[in-house]
Design a binder for this molecule. Structure first.
Ligand SMILES: Nc1ncnc2c1ncn2[C@@H]1O[C@H](COP(=O)(O)OP(=O)(O)O)[C@@H](O)[C@H]1O
Ligand SMILES: [Mg+2]
Length: 380
């Protein structure tokens, strides 16, 4: 689809009437077969745009929206997608055909409300756009492992490999005083506002961060039971209740290895939509620059598992060391990330580390094929 058409669609959706609060939200995060060769047309109004209950009980007026930034036209014209027919199958619950509409909105829709996002260990904020749709804003922050650039890069990687399990993410800045005005208007706990002042840095009076599309639907824990990795190692068939989730958990470990996520298993970060498909949510503890420069990986999480989805491995082989330089995962990531509003998202060293991780992962898969036999190792 051409840029102009995408923007028109985005504007039209922005004017759409909001569903009444009692109406069932239209399915936002459904599995949509997606062909990487032909970009599907944008779908119906976004699921995630269904307004939830108001997050504000403010008696104070909210500030008027800032002048929004321009839409990221290069990104909308070159979405992160698999290069060819080999991809992980877009088996996730997120509908990638909505990415262009979402990215236009995340990067450039006027913001009408910012409130504290309760829960979670890091500073995260809830954003409502003037069309009623919602997002989470993860700002840059000093004292935690929260790396907003990791969220942006993880989204691009998700779509290039073809998982379809992360929400769309775009970089964005918000004026610092404007952000504080919003928090004060929402009557956020003064201690929280103090924390924001101390931990969120300003650059040229603005706060940089990752704007993440809101997942419609209830998030339900999908933590595996103790000993779950046995089902991804042994030659014995895994026990019945585990069978359904094994391909998703296997993909999750692969995804986390690729993004170098160090915080999936500390609790609360293995989630499904309403008990259904797994999503990859909370990817901010990834792509740490210092880990890339020291060659650190999450190999300890990968080593215990030896069974993978064939589609995922095929996709990674097409992005791995055998591929042409421009077709490798690092190059493809660098290419689409260069169009994010906050580019550069990854340094050349971080991009090179991605390719090293793909290679190490594929080496591990080879060892597993030798151990279990190709048929079983790639049987998910
Ligand atoms: N895109 C999203 N859609 C819906 N809920 C979200 C989204 N992102 C975060 N949340 C909610 O906010 C909580 C905290 O966000 P998370 O990304 O896990 O940050 P933290 O690093 O603070 O744990 C999540 O557990 C989830 O309940
Ligand atoms: Mg979390």
């Amino acid at each position: 689809m051409r840029h102009g058409s995408i923007l028109l669609v985005a504007l039209a959706l922005g004017c759409e009437r909001r569903a009444p609060p009692s109406a069932d939200p239209p399915a936002a995060t459904v599995v949509v077969p997606s062909s990487p060769a032909a970009e599907p047309a944008p779908g119906p109004p976004l699921d995630a745009s269904v307004p939830g209950p108001s997050t504000s009980t403010s008696a104070r007026p909210r500030p008027a929206p800032e002048r929004p930034p321009a839409a990221p036209s290069a990104l909308l014209g070159g979405l992160p997608r698999p290069a060819g027919a080999s991809h992980a199958g877009f088996a996730g619950p997120v509908d990638p055909s909505k990415d262009a509409t979402w990215l236009a909105r995340l990067a450039s829709a006027p913001i009408s409300e910012v409130t504290r996002n309760p829960g979670g260990a890091t500073i995260t904020l809830r954003v409502r756009f003037s069309d009623g749709s919602r997002a989470v804003f993860k700002p840059e922050q000093k004292h935690s492992a929260s790396n907003f650039r990791g969220e942006i890069a993880a989204f691009h990687l998700d779509r290039i490999v073809g998982f379809a399990r992360t929400a769309a993410v775009a970089g964005r800045t918000i004026g610092y005083p404007h952000l504080l005005e919003h928090l004060e208007a929402s009557e956020a706990d003064p201690k929280f506002i103090e924390r924001v002042r101390e931990e969120v840095p300003a650059r040229d009076g603005r706060v940089a961060g990752a704007m993440i599309a809101w997942h419609a639907g209830r998030l339900v824990s999908a933590e595996p039971p103790k000993g779950w990795t046995d089902g991804l190692r042994s030659k014995e068939p895994p026990s019945e209740p585990l069978v359904k989730r094994l391909p998703e958990w296997s993909d999750l470990v692969v995804f986390d290895f690729l993004i170098d996520n160090t915080d999936r298993w500390s609790g609360g970060n293995v989630l499904s939509l309403g008990g259904g498909a797994l999503i990859f949510l909370d990817n901010a503890s990834s792509f740490a620059p210092w880990r890339a420069s020291r060659g650190e990986t999450t190999i300890a999480r990968l080593s215990p598992i030896c069974r993978f989805r064939r589609a995922t491995v095929t996709a990674l082989r097409a992005l791995g060391p055998e591929a042409a330089a421009s077709a490798r995962l690092g190059a493809r990531l660098a290419s689409t990330l260069s169009a994010d509003p906050l580019a550069p998202v990854l340094s050349p060293g971080q991009v090179a580390a991605v390719d090293v991780r793909v290679e190490r992962l594929l080496d591990h898969v080879k060892r597993c094929e030798a151990e279990l036999g190709e048929e079983l190792a790639l049987s998910l």
